[in-house]
Write a protein that binds this ligand. Sequence first.
Ligand code: DX5
Ligand code: ZN
Length: 223
Amino acid sequence: MIIAPSVLTADLADLGNACREAVDAGINWMHLDIMDGNFVPNLTFGPPVIAKLREALGDGPIFDAHLMIENAEESFQQYIDAGCNHISVHVEAVTHLHRCVAAIREGGATAGVTINPGTPIDAVLEVLTEIDLVLVMSVNPGYGGQSFIPTVEGKVRRLKEAIDAQVAAGGRPVQIQIDGGVKAHNIAMLREWGASNCVVGSGLFNDSASVADNLAIIHSALE
Ligand code: DX5
Ligand code: ZN
């Protein structure tokens, strides 16, 4: 199981050190929540900050950009050029999804499609052969620290079945990433549903313990 810290709930006034604390704790996949104040009410950071984080952390960690923005089709290359290895776009915000994920790959990143809690997986199934990851939102996007929405279980299981069928037919595997309200108490359940990558924000960055201690609690929940 890949644990992907969402830096949204970290100390944004000291973002470089927060990310370094996660990398020093053994994290190799950083989940960067990019919000434009239009697709979601919140507004976070963009390519200039990402470029500085890449400078600070070196080439090691994977930077996964979760684009919660209206113009992802036009702007994703800036995030790749700033140092992102993976780009996930929201199916709800992209007009030409098949063309967009192909362009992300051509642009030098792996491609992901994100679906909100209320969005069925059908739209993703049509591009399942063209992507590397599906990001299933288990909260409504915009903020960290929200409660997990358990009704996403059915679509995660259906998605896993579709991916397993694709692989059995000789197709490529696709990661299922679950994002929102993931904690030590539910992460093993999400693995059983079929997730191999979980975003954890407030479960890692909080006032009750260090990232390393919180990560150890999560890892023990997966043993
Ligand atoms: C919400 C973001 C999530 C969120 C996760 O829009 O996409 O990545 O920050 O934070 P927690 O784990 O606290 O729900
Ligand atoms: Zn996210």
